[in-house]
Design a binder for this molecule. Structure first.
Ligand code: ADP
Length: 491
């Protein structure tokens, strides 16, 4: 048998998933690693921890699935985006911990750069924020002596996690990244498809130290026999969100996926056209499988499934996330209650860091079922706000939404999303969409599939939720939600 090995290097754990040539996962292993918080708001990972967790899950997945090295034909990598690592070209040793996407240490620096925000948006499609890699790289160059020393000696390597892993697994032979990862650094010009000279100068980053950027489906090079015990091509690479979009078979312009995890992540394929959002969204590069660049519009909701964790852990009205469905269904409606989970402000499309969470419309008759139902509805309302922003930006209606993530098991949430967005909600059979994206990218390069259509046929839908709410009811509910959002946004 032949297998493709996919590495899913996430923020809290590393996974290895083995796919057979039909895209069925036949084995997997997962390992968490340490989160390092040196100061309030700072988040780091030890790159050696990341690397050893990756090596360990590869070996466990192979052993448990009884797959031999000789049966592996290729590797795909999908990874946490924006996080940045620096290492020594000669020894491979990291010179500092990885600065993770969540890390806010460069927030004040980004505020200083405010006057460049329009230019940054125009060139990179991104909002000026410490979330992206540029200011993290600048910080390392300014604050870590070893970085300066290695730079002077022409020995400094810097990259996102995909680049670091490829470099390490190839024994230093691959120094590359893909378009999706490059587009999250805030240094990459997404229109001209090159590292942007003006931005590299702005952040004091020499362009020549940055890795080569390649399409997501591409032979990047080979794993090193001595390091992993097998030599196979690394041929599919993408940042996690873009990989999930590809894994959901969102190959056409207007195709949209929503990931319902701790937060909610919405990505829409906008084809070969880069839409610069007028409605609080960001633009990035999508997975590229041919000569043409592919663009995505992205919006994130900070608190998604996390509101259900809050009901469980703080309010203690449920003992598991799953219970929220039955409790919500135990009442006919929220009885006028709206919950805005603006625990850390509001993300897209509002971008209001001062907004505060609230529960509104409570009466003497309000009970925990109403609040739970309002919490689930809030997730759908928040997602819908981003969907509406996307519709406005690209000027077309959205008929179907592909879904993934931990909370999609909640049928009530899926039904309500269909109703409130007046769209079909398609839940795939294969829930491993992030890894599946990297698998498809690798499989396309290895010519296991002839076309994207052929891939689509292999990706069945488990269930479609059909909208079933009158226009009047939807409008009334949306009015109530918008009123609650306005209240949450008042200082
Ligand atoms: P992440 O990748 O962000 O860690 P997951 O995709 O694993 O998140 O999803 C976990 C989130 O989904 C948690 O916030 C949890 O509260 C929520 N969740 C899981 N199951 C349900 C459910 N049945 N109903 C509502 N929310 C759920």
């Amino acid at each position: 048998m032949k297998y493709i090995l996919v590495i899913d290097q996430g923020t809290t754990s590393s996974r290895a998933i083995l796919f057979n040539v039909n895209g069925e996962a036949v084995g997997q292993a997962q390992q968490e690693f340490k989160q390092i918080y040196p100061h309030p708001g700072w988040v780091e990972h030890d790159p050696i921890d990341i690397l050893s967790s990756v090596r360990s899950v590869i070996s466990t997945a192979l052993t448990e699935a009884r797959v031999k090295h000789s049966e592996l034909i290729g590797m795909g990598i999908t990874n946490q985006r924006e996080s940045i690592v620096m290492w020594d070209k000669q020894t491979g040793e990291p010179i500092y911990n990885a600065i993770v996407w969540q890390c806010r240490r460069t927030m004040s620096r980004c505020i200083e750069l405010e006057e460049y925000k329009e230019e940054i948006l125009k060139r990179t499609g991104l909002k000026l924020d410490s979330y992206f890699s540029a200011s993290k790289i600048e910080w390392l160059l300014k604050n870590v002596d070893k970085a300066k020393e290695l730079l002077d000696r022409n020995r400094l390597c810097v990259g996102t996690i995909d680049t670091f892993l490829m470099w390490q697994l190839s024994g230093g032979k691959i120094y590359k990244t893909d378009y999706t990862n490059a587009s999250r650094t805030m240094l990459y010009n997404i229109h001209e498809l090159c590292w942007d000279s003006m931005l590299c100068d702005l952040f004091g980053i020499p362009k020549n130290i940055l890795p080569e950027v390649c399409p997501s489906s591409h032979i990047y090079g080979y794993t090193d026999q001595e390091i992993l015990g097998f030599k196979i091509p690394i041929c599919g690479v993408a940042g996690d969100q873009q990989s999930a979009l590809f894994g959901q078979c969102c190959f056409e312009k207007g195709d949209l996926k929503v990931t319902y995890g701790t937060g909610c992540f919405l990505l829409m394929n906008t084809g070969s056209e880069a839409f610069v959002s007028k409605n609080g969204l960001i633009t990035s590069l999508g997975c590229q499988t041919n000569q043409k660049p592919s663009y995505v519009l992205e919006g994130s909701v900070f608190v998604g499934g996390a509101v259900i964790q809050w009901l469980r852990d703080e309010l203690k009205v449920i003992s598991s996330a799953t219970e929220s469905e039955a409790l919500a269904r135990s009442v006919e409606n929220t009885n006028g209650v709206y919950l805005v989970p603006a625990f850390v402000g509001l993300g897209a499309p509002y971008w209001n860091f001062e907004a505060e969470g609230l529960i509104t419309g409570i009466t003497r008759g309000t009970n925990k079922a109403h609040i739970t139902r309002a919490a689930l509805e809030a997730i759908a309302f928040e997602v819908n706000d981003v969907v509406e922003a996307m519709k406005k930006d690209i000027g077309v209606d959205i008929l179907t939404i592909e879904v993934d993530g931990g909370a999609i098991g909640n049928n009530f949430l899926m039904e309500f999303q269909a109703d409130i967005s007046n769209a079909y909600i398609a839940r795939p059979k294969n829930k491993e969409v992030t890894a599946l994206g990297a698998f498809y990218l690798a499989a396309l390069e290895l010519q296991l599939f002839d076309s994207l259509e052929e891939i689509k046929l292999k990706n069945p839908i488990e269930r479609t939720f059909i909208p079933n709410m009158s226009k009047e009811e939807r409008e009334t509910k949306l009015k109530g939600w918008n009123k609650a959002i306005r209240k949450a946004s008042l200082k």
